[in-house]
Design a protein around this ligand. Structure first.
Ligand code: DHB
Ligand code: FE
Length: 280
């Protein structure tokens, strides 16, 4: 059977992708950020997962305001990097894992989560920046990736609790897949960010660090944070943190924290990163 072995939480700031693509990672502004991901790159190279389920949000790249699925799973063979207005990022095409993706779709839907099945989709910075941070600039991504897009762009997004329960359903789905795959799950987005309006650039490190603690050690408490608290404390786009809770729900409650990194600022947001492993 397949096994869920590890979880990675990571912000997906587009400026990080631009820094990588334009050869700026060695500049003074970016150096400390990329240094923080060196241990993660070593860790994932050693772990070498067979498949990644990558929870992210589409930022009006694949889905316009015409259709907004709450949860959408990518079942295609491959996913091209999206053109977000200045050409597609020069990163490899993402290879999917249709067999596992369809199994997760079937298992979660029959488990009463109404996933949207997506057979064609371009993937934006929400998905590609986390891969770049963890794997650098390979000519091909080292393993297949199943995109799982969550609506956090148009009100109402799903609750943290719903996300956490979906994570548990994904765990059940993976562990009922009849192939010995070692699966990792990424939860992306966040932390503090407010991209527009009078509070643009808001960073609340106290909230972010308290969230990292709760997320790691007391996920049941993190699940109870209401939307309004994310928005009030850490900015309107901090709502992206509910996606981390899908990853957290898929991991053991007592999962081991392997690594943590927090950095401000990147662009005008905070970057949070945490790695968990299931011990058993
Ligand atoms: C920005 C955009 C994002 O989607 C995000 O998660 C963080 C930052 C930005 O435009 O700076
Ligand atoms: Fe985002």
């Amino acid at each position: 059977m397949a096994k869920l072995v590890a979880g990675v939480a990571v912000s997906h700031v587009p400026a990080i992708g631009a820094a990588i693509d334009n050869g700026k990672t060695g500049e003074d502004y970016w150096k400390p950020l990329f240094k923080g991901f060196e241990p993660s790159k070593k860790w994932i190279a050693e772990l070498n997962p067979d498949v990644i389920i990558l929870v992210y949000n589409d930022h009006a790249s694949a889905f316009s305001l015409e259709i907004i699925p709450t949860f959408a799973i990518g079942c295609a063979d491959s996913f091209a990097p999206a053109d977000e207005g200045w050409g597609a990022r020069p990163v490899p095409v993402v290879k999917g894992h249709p067999e596992l993706a369809w199994h997760i779709a079937q298992s979660t839907i029959l488990d009463e989560f109404d996933m949207t099945i997506v057979n064609k989709m371009d993937v934006d910075h929400g998905l590609t920046v986390p891969l770049s941070l963890m794997y650098g600039q390979p000519t091909a991504w080292p393993c297949p990736v199943i995109p799982l897009a969550v609506n956090v762009v148009q009100y109402p997004p799903p609750t943290g609790h719903r996300c956490y329960m979906l994570g548990k359903a994904i765990r059940r789905a993976v562990e009922s897949f009849d192939k010995p795959l070692r699966v990792a799950i990424f939860g992306t987005g966040g932390m503090s960010h407010q991209l527009q309006g009078p509070r643009a650039g808001l960073i609340n490190s106290k909230f972010d660090n308290a969230f990292l603690d709760k997320f790691s050690r007391d996920p049941e408490a993190a699940v109870k944070i209401p939307h309004i608290e994310y928005v009030r404390e850490a900015g309107s786009e901090a709502i992206e943190l509910v996606m981390w809770l899908i990853m957290r729900g898929a991991m053991d409650e007592k999962a081991k924290e392997i690594y943590r990194f927090y950095h401000v600022p990147a662009s005008n947001t905070a970057v949070g990163h945490l790695i968990l492993e299931n011990v058993a």
